[in-house]
Design a binder for this molecule. Structure first.
Ligand code: HEC
Length: 179
């Protein structure tokens, strides 16, 4: 036990950035563009390529060892990325001056507007974030076990998990989640 603590201390000393005062959480914009969207795309790309002939499931023969690893990594990254935002007390839509997707169009919500949605319902955001974390965790665990069934099931409903949060915190006025 003591040894472990000493080791942790040594590691902290070596990697100051990882310990010490907590690094600020990324903005929602940064998390979406750098982690959530690209990793979700990885899941969709791999699963779209691996449909069976009936189109009602995945053919594990079409999923390479590398694909399973990429699926597992994508699941972990989405889960961990969105949980960082879930745990924040106050989320920041975007860095000052950064325009979010669609903001050039005056009819679309900008970062300032999204910030008001985020501030109005922090608990609701956390719930949506946890739903995505659970879905991503299912992908990671199933990919680790090379179990195509749950990967197929989650990949098929993942966009509705994204849209559930988007329709509330990105463009709540719109009946259709933004594309
Ligand atoms: C818990 C809430 C939540 C979940 C879940 C969520 N998002 Fe988002 N997302 C947001 C919010 C809020 C915005 C608008 C603010 C912004 O763009 O930064 C956004 C914006 C985006 C953007 C535009 C980013 C930009 O500004 O250029 C993309 C792309 C995106 N999300 C992808 C996804 C995908 C893919 C998923 C599902 C795998 C997902 N999101 C799940 C909250 C969420």
């Amino acid at each position: 036990m003591l040894k472990k603590a000493a080791l942790a201390f040594a590691v902290c000393g070596a990697l100051l950035a990882g310990c010490g005062p907590k690094a600020p959480a990324p903005t929602v914009h940064a998390s979406m563009t750098q982690v959530i969207a690209p990793q979700a795309q990885t899941i969709w790309d791999i699963t779209n390529r691996a449909y069976n002939d009936q189109g009602d499931g995945l053919d594990p023969k079409k999923i390479s060892a590398g694909d399973w690893t990429r699926l597992e990594t994508a699941g972990h990254q989405i889960r961990d990325g969105i949980l960082v935002l879930a745990r924040e007390k106050k989320r920041v839509a975007a860095e000052p001056g950064v325009k979010i997707e669609g903001e050039e169009d005056p009819a679309e919500p900008g970062a300032k507007q999204v910030q008001t949605y985020l501030d109005a319902d922090p608990k609701g955001f956390a719930e949506h974030a946890k739903a995505l974390a659970a879905a991503a965790d299912t992908v990671a665990k199933a990919a680790h076990a090379k179990d195509a069934g749950p990967v197929f099931a989650v990949a098929g409903r993942l966009d509705s998990v994204c849209d559930g949060c988007h329709s509330r915190f990105w463009d709540p006025e719109s009946p259709q989640p933004p594309k």
